[in-house]
Design a protein around this ligand. Structure first.
Ligand code: B12
Length: 297
């Protein structure tokens, strides 16, 4: 029997700027689950931030498709909204298992489960832990305690299974599931940049983590910088360029320019393959990255 998994990016009520960009987190999870489970798990992606989505469309999809599991992706700022949607799902389809993940859970693991009343929460990057959990779910086996999962104990209190482990080989992860979204849905709102060089844009990540300790940052990707193979990144850009007509790439790494040689190699490959795109860095670049990299090396 097929297990149906609906991955949903939470919205934020009354968010004035309503910036949205393609939901990299759930798209990465979608690819990973498809790769690992094939026909055993059917995955759908839903972004509650895009204009055409609302309670009516969500309710319709829940009743028509009847997912076994609904997984919400949430920032801390979206915590209340995630609690709202969790209850919404439980009211419409009480049998559905509701899981949550994203920076909200990484920063507030037990509280996020408590406050949303979801069934399970996943801390940090969840490609591996979600698959491990799903495997037990499908086989109806007791959950193996993969690290970074928040569950309810017998006294109805949340507990963390074990400390989450970061994924060292992020090149080994499949590229985000770009075919699961309609890029046109994203052009009518602001992106993280607010002003784009080209309307056909997408965000991508090329590395995860940052070694610095800036007070304003939530450090949701850990202190160890892990790089994707730069050839794989350029393959991905070539894919969205050819298949989806993307002409602006917004790099959302925590610290893209920490490795100068890699940045040069990236530019060289783009030139060599004649991929004519605009590049932007809405998450910022670090002005003193080169000298700081030498200090921390
Ligand atoms: C793009 C981006 C945005 C975009 C889109 C946000 C979004 N919801 O995706 C926009 C411009 C809208 C945005 C806005 C804001 N952002 Co922002 N943003 C980012 C940025 C740069 C990249 C996000 C990304 O795509 N990462 C790559 C993917 C692969 O990682 P991921 O999304 O975390 O997903 C992984 C895990 O979290 C987990 N996961 C995620 N979802 C789910 C769901 C389930 C079911 C499971 C099991 C697991 C899971 O698995 C995924 C794969 O490994 C991050 C920094 C960063 N480098 O991550 C900051 C970041 C997410 N933003 C942050 C902040 C603070 C904000 C703002 C509040 C800023 C402000 N003051 O206005 C607003 C939020 C307002 C709002 N609700 O829109 C913080 C969040 C901290 C927190 N505790 O919530 C971050 C982490 C920056 C930081 N390091 O401090 N942001």
């Amino acid at each position: 029997m097929t297990t149906k998994l609906m991955l949903v990016r939470t919205d934020l009520e009354n968010y004035v700027l309503n910036a949205i960009d393609p939901p990299l987190g759930i798209l990465s999870l979608s690819s990973m689950v498809k790769q690992e489970f094939g026909d055993k798990v059917e995955v759908r992606v839903k972004d509650l931030r895009i204009k055409k989505e609302n309670e009516t469309t969500f309710k319709r999809d829940l009743l028509e498709w009847q997912p076994d599991i609904v997984g919400f992706s949430s920032l801390s700022a979206e915590g209340e909204r995630t609690a709202y949607w969790t209850e919404f799902v439980k009211q419409i389809a009480p049998e559905t298992t509701v899981i949550i993940g994203g920076p909200y859970v990484s920063m507030f693991p037990e509280e996020s489960l408590q406050d949303t009343k979801a069934d399970v929460a996943f801390m940090w990057e969840a490609e591996l832990s979600l698959c491990e959990w799903l495997n037990c779910y499908i086989e109806k086996n007791p959950q193996k305690e993969a690290g970074g999962i928040v569950l309810w104990d017998e006294n109805n209190s949340p507990y963390i299974t074990a400390q989450p482990e970061i994924i060292n080989d992020i090149t080994g992860l499949p590229i985000p599931d770009w075919d699961a979204i309609c890029f046109d849905d994203y052009y009518s709102s602001f992106s993280m940049n607010f002003i784009n060089a080209h309307r056909r844009y997408t965000s991508i990540y090329t590395s995860r983590g940052c070694p610095f300790h800036c007070a304003y940052c939530h450090h949701t990707q850990g202190k160890k910088v892990r790089y994707r193979d730069i050839n794989q990144v350029v393959d991905e850009i070539e894919y969205v360029y050819n298949k989806h007509g993307i002409r602006e790439i917004q790099i959302v790494d925590d610290i893209f320019n920490i490795n100068k040689e890699r940045v040069f190699e990236f530019c060289r490959l783009l030139k060599e393959r004649n991929i004519k795109i605009y590049l932007s860095f809405p998450n910022g670049l670090r002005g003193d990255a080169d000298s700081m990299a030498k200090v921390i090396a």
